[in-house]
Design a protein around this ligand. Structure first.
Ligand SMILES: NC(=O)C1=CN([C@@H]2O[C@H](COP(=O)(O)OP(=O)(O)OC[C@H]3O[C@@H](n4cnc5c(N)ncnc54)[C@H](OP(=O)(O)O)[C@@H]3O)[C@@H](O)[C@H]2O)C=CC1
Ligand SMILES: CC(C)(CO)C(=O)C(=O)O
Length: 358
C-alpha cells in the first residue's frame, strides 16, 4: 500500500456522502451536508492535508497559494483582479495518507473564485498571515459563506472580527492532526488527531438551543474529510486549553532543539510548572477557569502522545521562518500586562524565540 497513488479527479459528492455516513456515525447526519466546495486559503501543511482529504473523498476543492492569485489594492477590493501565479505549480504534488496512499493535489492559480453560501472558506494559516489573507478573500465571498479559522495561538478571532462583516458565518477551530511538508512535492499526514470547532462567540445566541444549519454543514463536511471533528459550544475555552499546551511545549522544544517527549521529563519540571502557573493566572483573569496542576498533567499527556514530533515552533525556528510566538507566549505576556500580572518566564521565552530570528 505504501506509496500507492490514488486515482486523480473528484468523484462527486455521492462518494463523500457514502464515506461520511460511516465515518460520521453518531455525529452528523449525511443529509446535513450542503457544502458544495471547500476553498482552502494557503497551501501549507494543514491546508494541503485538507486538500488531500477532499481529493480522497471526492469533494470539490480549491487550494490557493499565498498572494499570487489576487493582488490587494483599492481596485481589487471593488472588483478583484486575478493575475497568473508567480509560484505556479503546473504538476500536482502529493499528500501521503497514514496508510501510505498518495493523493495528488493541485493549487489553483488562475481561476477566479466566487464563493456562494454553499461554499466554505477555510484559513489554515498562522495568525500573522490572517489579516492579509482575509483582506484578499473578503471581496470574493458572499456575506453568507461560512469562514473557518484554523490555527494555533490566539488573536485570529479579533483580526477576523475587524475585517469580516459582523454577521458573516464564522467558526473558530484548532486541530491536533499532524502534517508536514517533506519536500516541495510531498506533504505527509504525520499523526491522526482531532479538530475542535465552534461558532464565533459574537454569533452565538443564548436563546438558540440548536446549532444553525450553516454550522452543521461545515462541521459535517470537515468531519467527513478529516475526522473526528468535535463541536464545542464554548470554543474559546477549547482554544485557551490548546494555548496552554503550546505555551509550554513550543518554545521549550524550539529553544532546546528537542522533540516533544523531553518536555514530560524531570529536566523541564521547573519551567513546566512555572509556565502552567503563569498561564492559569492570566487565563483566569481573562474569565476562564483553569487549574495549573491539571494543565501540567495535560501538557505531560500531550508531550507523550506526540513524543516523536518536533513542534511547529521548533520547525519554524529550524527553517528560519516567522514563528507563532506572538500568538502563543506573546499573547500571555500581552494579556498579563493588561491585567497587571507578572509573567517573567513567558516574557523571557518570548524574547528568546524572537531573538532567534533576528
Ligand atoms: N502542521 C501541523 O502539524 C499543525 C499545525 N497547526 C497549526 O495550523 C496552522 C497552519 O499550520 P501549517 O499548515 O503547519 O503552517 P504552514 O506554514 O505550513 O502553512 C501556512 C501557509 O500559509 C501560506 N500563506 C501565508 N499567507 C498567505 C495568504 N495571504 N494567502 C494564502 N496563503 C498564505 C504560507 O505560504 P508560504 O508557503 O508562501 O509561506 C504557508 O504555505 C498554524 O497555526 C499551526 O500552528 C496545528 C497543529 C498541527
Ligand atoms: C500539540 C503540538 C505541541 C504538537 O507538536 C502542537 O500543536 C505544535 O507543535 O504546534
Amino acid at each position: 500500500m505504501k506509496g500507492q497513488k490514488a486515482k486523480q479527479g473528484a468523484k462527486g459528492t455521492e462518494n463523500l456522502l457514502g464515506k461520511s455516513k460511516s465515518q460520521a456515525q453518531g455525529k452528523f447526519k449525511a443529509e446535513q451536508l450542503e457544502i458544495k466546495k471547500i476553498h482552502i486559503a494557503g497551501s501549507g501543511a494543514i491546508g494541503s492535508l485538507l486538500a488531500g482529504a477532499a481529493e480522497k473523498q471526492g469533494l470539490p476543492y480549491g487550494l490557493y497559494p499565498r498572494n499570487p492569485v489576487f493582488q490587494v489594492n483599492k481596485a481589487s477590493i471593488e472588483k478583484p483582479e486575478f493575475e497568473p501565479a508567480k509560484t505556479e505549480t503546473p504538476t500536482p504534488y502529493f499528500v501521503e495518507w497514514t496508510d501510505g496512499t498518495e493523493y495528488p493535489i493541485r493549487q489553483i492559480n488562475s481561476n477566479k473564485p466566487h464563493l456562494s453560501p454553499s461554499d466554505m472558506l477555510v484559513l489554515p494559516l498562522k495568525v500573522h498571515h490572517l489579516k492579509t489573507a482575509l483582506t484578499q478573500w473578503l471581496p470574493l465571498i458572499d456575506k453568507r459563506t461560512p469562514v473557518v479559522l484554523l490555527h494555533n495561538g490566539m488573536g485570529g478571532y479579533e483580526i477576523a472580527k475587524s475585517i469580516l462583516p459582523a454577521q458573516q458565518p464564522l467558526l473558530l477551530a484548532t486541530t491536533s492532526h499532524g502534517a508536514m511538508k517533506r519536500t516541495s512535492t510531498q506533504v505527509i499526514y504525520t499523526g491522526v488527531g482531532n479538530t475542535q470547532i465552534g461558532i464565533a462567540p459574537h454569533l452565538v445566541s443564548h436563546k438558540q438551543l440548536t446549532m444553525p444549519e450553516w454550522a452543521k454543514s461545515v462541521c459535517h463536511t470537515l468531519h467527513a474529510l478529516l475526522p473526528p471533528v468535535r463541536y464545542q459550544t464554548d470554543i474559546m475555552k477549547a482554544l485557551w486549553a490548546k494555548l496552554a499546551i503550546n505555551v509550554v511545549i513550543n518554545p521549550l522544544t524550539a529553544l532546546n532543539n528537542i522533540t516533544n517527549s523531553h518536555i514530560a521529563g524531570e529536566q523541564f519540571a521547573n519551567e513546566r510548572k512555572t509556565l502552567c502557573e503563569e498561564f492559569a493566572q492570566v487565563a483566569n483573569a481573562c474569565g476562564q477557569s483553569f487549574d495549573a496542576i491539571e494543565i501540567e498533567q495535560q501538557v505531560i499527556k500531550v508531550a507523550g502522545l506526540t513524543a516523536s514530533n518536533y513542534s511547529s515552533m521548533h520547525q519554524d525556528v529550524k527553517n528560519q521562518r516567522q514563528t507563532e510566538i506572538e500568538a502563543i507566549n506573546g499573547y500571555i505576556v500581552n494579556m498579563a500586562q493588561k491585567k497587571g500580572i507578572e509573567v517573567p518566564l513567558n516574557t523571557l521565552l518570548t524574547k528568546q524565540i524572537t531573538a532567534r530570528l533576528t
